[in-house]
Design a protein around this ligand. Structure first.
Ligand SMILES: [Zn+2]
Ligand SMILES: [Zn+2]
Length: 106
C-alpha cells in the first residue's frame, strides 16, 4: 500500500498518469460542476468560459493521507471549485489562527 504522507509522496501521486486519468473521469462524471455549489443550489457552469476547467479541483472526500487505499477510487472523488475546496480545508478562513490548515497534517 503506497503512502501519501510527505509532500514528495503527494506530488508524485498528483503527477501520476493514473491520477490524471481518474481526475478527468471524475470531472466528466460531475459534469464539470462543483458538487458543493450544486448541493447549495448554485451550480457554477459557464459553458463559454475557457478558463472554467482551471477553476475546478478534484477533491478526495477522504484524504489520501488517512485513506491511501481510496486514492484512486472514483467514488472517493468529488469535483469542487477552488473556492469550495479551499473552504473545505479552511485554507483561507483560518489563515491567521493557530489551527490553520496544514498541508503536512493531512
Ligand atoms: Zn463550489
Ligand atoms: Zn481536498
Amino acid at each position: 500500500m503506497p503512502e501519501y504522507k510527505t509532500k514528495d509522496q503527494k506530488r508524485t501521486f498528483y503527477k501520476s498518469n493514473a491520477w490524471q486519468v481518474l481526475r478527468q473521469e471524475a470531472l466528466v462524471r460531475d459534469n464539470y460542476e462543483c458538487q458543493e455549489c450544486k448541493r447549495q443550489g448554485k451550480v457554477f457552469t459557464d459553458q463559454h468560459d475557457p478558463d472554467k476547467h482551471k477553476r475546478l479541483d478534484v477533491d478526495h472526500k477522504r484524504e489520501i493521507y488517512t485513506h491511501p487505499e481510496l486514492a484512486l477510487e472514483l467514488d472517493n472523488l468529488e469535483t469542487l471549485c477552488i473556492r469550495c475546496h479551499n473552504r473545505k480545508h479552511n485554507r483561507f478562513k483560518f489563515k491567521k489562527k493557530k489551527n490553520k490548515w496544514n498541508d503536512e497534517r493531512w
